[in-house]
Design a protein around this ligand. Structure first.
Ligand SMILES: Nc1nc2c(c(=O)[nH]1)N[C@@H](CN(C=O)c1ccc(C(=O)N[C@@H](CCC(=O)O)C(=O)O)cc1)CN2
Ligand SMILES: NCC(=O)N[C@@H]1O[C@H](COP(=O)([O-])[O-])[C@@H](O)[C@H]1O
Length: 215
């Protein structure tokens, strides 16, 4: 059983997609052990509570310094016996200490085809505003391992979404969530639960897709 801790900051629709698939049996051998938010008014916390999933609010500003926040976050995840940390709309860049404690065990969903429109300052609606401003024909979403950079870790899965002439940042955000994020995040979690992921440098090799195995 893969025990996941989901970190959130906002509405929690990606969290809901994970909850729905655990509840309907699509996501197998996965349990949500804990949901942590850096914002106490995050609706994602209400979504978790409706399913009796333990929740905790850890707001960096309420700690003496970032180091104290990091320590409490690490302790909370360890005390809950979390195997995989899932960032689902979590808008805090994690420090080296957290990354090293959960090396290759933190994943994130980003609402673009990384490396496009990613990194510091690119989050939420800003990502889609930038995509429309640039005039790309296609965008999408990416699930990647989290490293000390921002959106620079090994890419696990991506899904493409066509940009429509009439798109606004909001309509594009909604379609990227519905058609891409809510699909590839649960799929990536399932692959990790099935132990199908191999990391080679900054590349992810999916077991069963290597040349040898394909023979
Ligand atoms: N060490 C890492 N931490 C996090 C990563 C990562 O790849 N490495 N991914 C992010 C999520 N993320 C994009 O997917 C992201 C989150 C936040 C920001 C950002 O610029 N945040 C602002 C504050 C925003 C706010 O609080 O409203 C900031 O830090 O100034 C960019 C990208 C999660 N953590
Ligand atoms: N860089 C991180 C980032 O921009 N994350 C994005 O925030 C939204 C959170 O939605 P949710 O709270 O409804 O899941 C999602 O679109 C997610 O990709």
């Amino acid at each position: 059983m893969l025990r996941i801790g989901v970190l959130v900051s906002g509405g929690g629709t990606n969290l809901q997609a994970i909850i729905d698939r655990v509840e309907n049996g699509q996501l197998k051998n996965v349990e949500i052990g804990l949901v942590i938010s850096n914002k106490e008014d995050a609706y994602a916390l209400e979504r978790a509570s409706k399913y009796n999933i333990p929740t905790k609010c850890l707001a960096p500003k309420t700690f003496e310094n970032k180091e104290a926040f990091n320590q409490e976050l690490i302790k909370t995840l360890k005390d809950a016996s979390i195997d995989l940390v899932v960032l689902a709309g979590f808008l805090v860049v994690l420090d080296k200490e957290v990354i090293q404690t959960f090396e290759n065990r933190i994943i994130n969903v980003h609402p673009s085809l990384i490396p496009a429109f990613s990194g510091k300052g690119f989050y939420g609606l800003k990502v889609h505003e930038a995509a429309l401003e640039r005039g790309v024909q296609y965008t999408g979403a990416t699930v990647h391992f989290v490293d000390e950079g921002t959106d620079t870790g090994p890419i696990i899965m991506q899904k493409v979404v066509k940009v429509l002439q009439e798109d606004t940042p909001s309509t594009l955000q909604k379609r990227v969530m519905e058609e891409a994020e809510w699909e590839i995040m649960p799929q990536a979690i399932q692959m990790i639960a099935n132990n199908e992921i191999i990391i080679e440098g900054n590349r992810v090799i999916t077991k069963g897709n290597t040349k040898e195995e394909a023979k």
